[in-house]
Design a protein around this ligand. Structure first.
Ligand SMILES: Nc1ncnc2c1ncn2[C@@H]1O[C@H](COP(=O)(O)OP(=O)(O)OP(=O)(O)O)[C@@H](O)[C@H]1O
Ligand SMILES: [Mg+2]
Length: 262
């Protein structure tokens, strides 16, 4: 087999939930060690894209590749093996409420490796240290703030040393200092450990800090894709409006009138 050039590739992906079309021909590639940030309005399909890459969802049509393997066609067992090379931080953290922090982070190691208890403890400590959560090992998810849960979810995503990190709103709910720490961590993982990442975020400061490339999802399509500095100068009215957070522009046209007329 020839070495695949791309870490991830989406080729003409369409996705719909019952009648609702969410993705309408999405194509993009992510190269090794890149940090792609996907932006878009709430409900535009950003989390859906990450779930498609993980193989949790299957597209209506089109293909999704991870290192040259077509994720959406892999049999279940093979898919599970491939997934071990991906770490996912879910938008709402998705920690198991009955397990404490330590046991949540240890879970992928317990389930997917034959490492000893001592080895697992060492890795868990190391990853919790990275996200600044080592002192909270014995707490249950319910005893954590939203931002703390996010950091634990990040530690859990890192325990298998993934090649690809998928981050769904990693800095939502974090204070600005911790948010910067997480951003720096994502950057250092790609620079030092050669991790490739795809981040979905609404936080523009964070997006511009992290991204080596940015993509804007709008009405089911990637309408613009560029390096951060180029994107800032985009003439596309949708992109410009999204970056400025203005209420004037094509986004919400019509729906905003309905709100203001009430
Ligand atoms: N499992 C599902 N069943 C039915 N509809 C779904 C499902 N998952 C997502 N959707 C719909 O698909 C659309 C895109 O959802 P998605 O979660 O990908 O949006 P998003 O861009 O991540 O939004 P947000 O920024 O609010 O997280 C939404 O309209 C949502 O209602
Ligand atoms: Mg989402």
């Amino acid at each position: 087999m020839t070495t695949p050039r791309h870490m991830v590739e989406l080729r003409d992906v369409c996705m719909q939930f019952e009648e609702k079309k969410v993705l309408d021909g999405v194509s993009f590639t992510v190269e090794p060690q890149e940090r792609l940030v996907i932006m878009g309005q709430s409900g535009s399909g950003k989390s859906t894209i990450l779930r498609l890459i993980l193989g949790i969802l299957r597209p209506a049509s089109g293909s999704i590749f991870f290192k040259g393997l077509e994720v959406n066609r892999l049999p279940r067992r093979k898919l599970q093996r491939v997934r071990q090379h991906m770490g996912m931080v879910y938008q709402y953290s998705a920690l198991l409420s009955s397990r404490n922090v330590r046991d949540n982070v240890a879970l992928p190691l317990e389930e997917l490796t034959d490492k000893s208890r001592a080895e697992i403890d060492k890795i868990v400590d190391e990853k919790l240290e990275l996200v600044g959560m080592k002192d909270s090992k014995d707490l249950l998810p319910d005893e954590l703030s939203g931002g703390m849960r996010k950091r634990v979810a990040l530690a859990r995503a890192l325990v298998l040393e993934p090649e690809l990190l998928l981050l769904d709103e990693p800095s939502a709910g974090l204070d600005p200092v911790i948010a910067s720490v997480i951003d720096e961590l994502i950057i250092s993982l790609s620079e030092k450990s050669k991790v490739t990442s795809i981040t979905v975020t609404h936080e523009m400061d964070s997006a511009f800090r992290i991204a080596t490339r940015m993509a804007m999802l709008y009405q089911g399509k990637i309408i613009e894709e560029a390096e951060p500095e180029k994107l800032k100068q985009s003439k596309n009215p949708v992109v410009a409006q999204f970056l400025s957070g203005s209420t004037e522009g094509p986004i919400l046209e019509g729906s905003l009138d309905a709100i203001t007329k009430k």
